[in-house]
Design a binder for this molecule. Sequence first.
Ligand code: AMP
Ligand code: ZN
Ligand code: ZN
Length: 487
Amino acid sequence: MYLFSMKSAVQSFILFIFCIFLSCSAKNTNRVLLISFDGFRWDYIHRANNLTNFHRMISDGGWAVKGIKNTFLTKTLPNHYTIATGLYEESHGIVGNIMYDPVLNSTFHGWLDKDARDSRWWDNGGEPIWVTNQKQDTQHRSGVLAWPGGLAVVKGVLAYRTESAFDGLTKKERVDKIIEWFTDEYPINLGLYYEEEPDHTGHLFGPDSKEVLSMIFELDSLLGYFFDKLEDNDLLKTTNIILTSDHGMTSTPLDAEHKINLDDYVRVDSYSITSKNPVAGIDIIPASKELEDEVFKNLSRIPHAHVYRTKDIPRQYHYGNNRRIPMIIVEPEEHYWISFNGSAGVLGEHGYNNSLASMHPFFIAMGPDFKPGAKVDTFNNVDIYPLMCTLLGLKPAPNNGSLDVVSQLLIDREGSDSTTFGAYILILLLIALVGGLFSVAACQVHRQHKRQLRSISSFSLLHSFRYSKSDRMPLMSDSSEEEFGDS
Ligand code: AMP
Ligand code: ZN
Ligand code: ZN
């Protein structure tokens, strides 16, 4: 009886230890929510002190104090696809919001639904995080809300949940939708959320306008709405939230000084233009092939602009090795803009060189895997893909990013690895200790039991002879049976 209860106690203990062991070795299962506020320049966060929710994220999480460096061309679709894949634009193939592909003999327009869904534009070797997430774990589901590329099948995989950028939903309705995806019977573990502002207002009124400032406040309260919704659904503590953007914004005065009128330098019928503002992508039309040198020479006369033949674009642009990049690039200096065929300008622009601070977006992240109050100076937006892979326990596809800097924002994984290792050792020691104690106890019980039997035998022998012959005689085999039985 005593032995039996001892055995079951040890069994329960081992089961308990096994559960701890399993939980120690379980993969990280925290959710990831990636939010982009289009055109949110890195220093917008300093435009007011009372931006409650942005500052809550900064104090509770990690922050790139000087923003992050994006990729050239600093435009919307290319940089969102860079964030999603960790690749430079020349490597993932979305080199503009508008681009011509000579092999497809077709022009891509970012805002057309048919192009947003056409894999031929998006499936060019890059692997967006929503695909990596679903490919590596059948329990993983991704939800992509209005994020560029999210409507296309890439590497044979479509995100489990998708929503077009042109769905007509309000900002809050988009939040509700993504929360619904996280709380569904088959919930997503990765969500990407895109919002058009403050880019739109920044173009219309310029980055330093009061209109942009009030949009920043609106986005701060949208972030608060996000937090409330996550909290109400018990998701806030287990969700890593990454808040970032694709690019910044600079002012583009409409005066004659800052306007570059292309028609003053080249004949309209000698070239075709794909994207034009602020950087112009120019192809020489085949009929004027012999004029290529002349067109290039004329464009090179433009003041306040750098003009490159694609093959000569400096390596640090990472913007040369793709057939979709136009033959000639006209890259104005900051604040200068291009007019073509009489086209009008706007008060704010982006697309300029990615080494300009004004082109850099912000980055803040908060959640169970981020160190509260952690700060780094800056890093590259190609690093966000491997960061998300780490958070989701995924092996990243080949990419141009690195964890060198971003890992400083995370709770020390190496430390927690060694803690886990220490826990394993402790558990093994406990098992050995309990096993040892059990053996010692069992031996003692066994010895005691044998001693009792021997004294019963001698007692019975004596008494059987003395008192009654009819009493059952103890068999010698009784004790030896016991002995064999227990040994
Ligand atoms: P830009 O500021 O010129 O680089 O482009 C910003 C515009 O890109 C936005 O105003 C949207 O209209 C458009 N856009 C944003 N997200 C998407 C998307 N997922 N697919 C296509 N176009 C988009
Ligand atoms: Zn943008
Ligand atoms: Zn824009």
